[in-house]
Every structure is written in structure tokens, then in C-alpha cells.
Write a protein that binds this ligand. Structure first.
Ligand code: SAH
Length: 353
């Protein structure tokens, strides 16, 4: 525990009811009131819970913590209005989240861990390793603070920020439960996407929960050998095992799987790669999302050129696959993949040093 006080914002309503009645000795209806203050009105302090007595508010602040994040910096893209937030957690650690505006609504991309231990070669978020897990309440508050700050309703949540969500499985599931049920923001599970590098046993566990969320798999290569060069996790789970788990997920949830494929020049972007990718996903109800890799300073990976990306897409389509190219958003504010957080941390080391 970060704090000896109870993190009641990570509790489901039924857990909070037990806590309020059995631990605090209060009436059950108080739980619903407190829950609504936290997850509907999105307040940051017990003092704002004005329909509770002063005594109860005092008791709450002595025994519990109302987790909330603090905005330390915010950048808004002049190109497309994408907003990137750097948040401070209660132990002063920094995470980042992004708000993107689409025709279908506002989407927030959240982090699920402080740092990451998966070690994908092209990713900036993993360079410093895993600092710590995030709490369900902290993940929720990324969404809550952005909704409050922007004054716009968040309709979609993608767990594609820093961290491997299935490596923080219990907190992730808890977060989705609170996020997608009333009272709360009550976001449709169909509007929640969880992206994973492919932790196979956890994909099975998630499938068995039968939640209607979209599973996105970071594939990035068409055979294990190539995948191992880009993603250390490929030493643990093969592509075949991942695809088998995906078929199981589909059988349980009937949700089309997304495969993410970051195109790295000269590494995984040839005609043969496109052909092999199409063959690999033959017969699967899926969607392929091509992401031209965002180069990071520490590695010598380059982005596939735009016309080659199109060719790759056309090739996949020729074989009947469903493909989109990820629209790059907020390039002017380093909105991609952990770059901003990393830059901020480097600068604070300089500031302190
Ligand atoms: N750990 C999860 C989610 C976080 S990353 C996962 O692996 O899926 C979200 C997506 O961005 C993943 O597909 C990841 O591989 C990709 N990504 C990370 N860094 C990237 C970069 N520099 N360029 C392009 N895609 C990147």
C-alpha cells in the first residue's frame, strides 16, 4: 500500500457498502452518496461531499484517502487539439495521459503503470523500467481529471499509454468495472480498449470475465524470430500461442480483435511481411492497425515512408484484411508513446542537478 489509509476510490460500490457499514459503522446509503461524489461528481476532497455530516467527513479523512492526480503540465496541439497531460501521483511520480477528439467522441489514452518492464525496443516508456504499479483509482483519475479540465465528456478509453495493462491485471479489471457501471461515468464496455504485448495467461483470464471490451494485440512482427528482436516478451510467448488466446477471447466475447503493427523501416515493412501478416490472420475476425513507428533517440529505428505504408496497407487489403493506418495525433506536442514523460523527467533531473 502506498498509504496506510484505505483507498476507497478503488472500491466497487458493493465493497464500499461493506466498508462503510462494517468498518466505519455508518448506514449503508452513505456508501452510495460517497460513491457518487467520487465517480459521478468527480470531487477531489471529502470536504466537498456536502450532504455528509462534518463528523463523517472527518472520519473519512482520518481513515481513508481520496486518491487524485495533480496536473503538472498540459500541452495542446495546434494541429488537432490533442491534449497531453502530465500528472503527479501522491508520491510525486509522473505519468502521462492524452485526450484526443474524434468524430465519434472524446477518447482518453491512459497509462496503467509508472514505467514498464516489457522492454519493447522501440518504446520510450520502458527505458527506465517499471517504477511501480498504478492503483485502479489512479487510472480512473486520469480520465476524471481530463473530463473536468476539458469540460468535455469522455466517451472512449484506450489503455495504451505507459505500461503493460495485463501486468497490472487486478487493478485494470477493477478500474474497468468502476468505469463501465452506473453509478459512475458508465462508459460502455464497447468503448474501452485494452492493448497488450501479449501476456497469454492473462488474455485467457480476461476472456473468461466476458467483458465487452476490445482487445488490442501489439503484434509488430510476422514470425517469432523477428518479434523477439523487437519485443523481449516474444521469448516467453509465441505468436501461435497469442493467436490461440485471441481465438478463445473471440469465442467468449464475440469481439473483433485489433492487431497493432508498428512499421519500422527495413525491419518489418516488406511485401513479404505484408503477405505473411495477411496469412497469419487468415480466418480471424480482426482489424489491423498500422502505426508508422515513432522514432526515439535511444534507438536507430526509422519510420516507414508514407507511400510504403500505403503499399503495405493495400497489400493486406488485397488479401481481404481489414486495415487502417493510425492517424498521427499531436505530433507537435510529442503525444506519442511516453516521450513527453521521459523528456519531463530528464529535465527535472537537470533542474535538480
Ligand atoms: N503495453 C501495451 C500498451 C502500451 S503501448 C502494449 O504493448 O500493447 C501502445 C502501443 O504503442 C503498442 O502497440 C506499442 O507497441 C506501441 N508503441 C510503443 N512505442 C511505439 C513507438 N515508438 N512507435 C510506434 N508504436 C509504439
Amino acid at each position: 500500500m502506498l498509504n496506510e489509509k484505505t483507498d476507497i476510490k478503488s472500491m466497487t460500490l458493493s465493497e464500499l457498502e461493506v466498508f462503510i457499514t462494517e468498518v466505519l459503522g455508518e448506514k449503508k446509503f452513505r456508501a452510495k452518496q460517497i460513491y457518487e461524489w467520487m465517480h459521478v461528481r468527480l470531487v477531489d476532497s471529502f470536504d466537498e461531499m456536502t450532504n455528509l455530516s462534518k463528523d463523517l467527513r472527518k472520519k473519512l479523512s482520518e481513515r481513508c484517502v481520496l486518491t487524485h492526480l495533480e496536473i503538472v503540465e498540459k500541452y495542446v496541439s495546434a494541429i488537432d487539439g490533442t491534449a497531453k497531460y502530465l500528472f503527479k501521483l501522491s508520491d510525486d511520480r509522473i505519468i502521462e495521459s492524452v485526450l484526443m477528439h474524434y468524430k465519434h467522441g472524446n477518447s482518453v489514452c491512459i497509462s496503467s503503470q509508472v514505467g514498464c518492464r516489457m522492454g519493447c525496443r522501440f518504446c520510450a516508456s520502458t527505458l527506465g523500467g517499471l517504477e511501480r504499479q498504478m492503483l485502479a483509482s489512479e487510472m480512473l483519475d486520469e480520465i476524471y481529471q481530463i473530463q473536468k479540465d476539458s469540460g468535455e465528456r469522455v466517451s472512449n478509453v484506450v489503455v495504451m499509454g505507459t505500461g503493460e495493462p495485463l501486468d497490472n491485471y487486478d487493478a485494470l479489471v477493477r478500474m474497468i468495472e468502476i468505469l463501465t457501471h452506473a453509478p459512475g461515468l458508465d462508459i460502455s464496455q464497447r468503448n474501452v480498449t485494452v492493448s497488450t504485448c501479449g501476456l497469454v495467461p492473462k488474455i485467457y483470464e480476461l476472456a473468461d470475465l466476458k467483458m465487452q471490451i476490445t482487445l488490442a494485440i501489439s503484434l509488430h512482427a510476422v514470425n517469432d524470430e523477428k518479434r523477439r528482436e523487437l519485443m523481449p516478451i516474444a521469448n516467453t510467448y509465441s505468436i501461435e500461442e497469442i493467436l490461440k488466446a485471441c481465438r478463445y477471447y473471440y469465442s467468449q466475447n464475440n469481439r473483433r480483435i485489433t492487431f497493432e503493427y508498428s512499421l519500422v523501416k527495413g525491419v518489418n515493412d516488406s511485401r513479404e511481411d505484408a503477405k505473411a501478416l495477411a496469412a497469419l490472420l487468415e480466418g480471424m475476425n480482426c482489424h489491423i492497425n498500422l502505426i508508422p513507428v515513432n522514432p526515439i533517440e535511444e534507438r536507430d529505428y526509422r519510420q516507414t515512408e508514407a507511400d510504403a505504408v500505403l503499399k503495405f496497407k493495400n497489400m493486406l487489403e488485397k488479401y481481404g484484411r481489414n486495415v487502417t493506418i493510425r492517424r498521427e495525433m499531436g505530433r507537435d506536442i510529442q503525444a506519442a508513446c511516453g516521450q513527453l514523460r521521459k523528456k519531463y523527467m530528464e529535465q527535472s533531473v537537470k533542474r535538480e542537478g
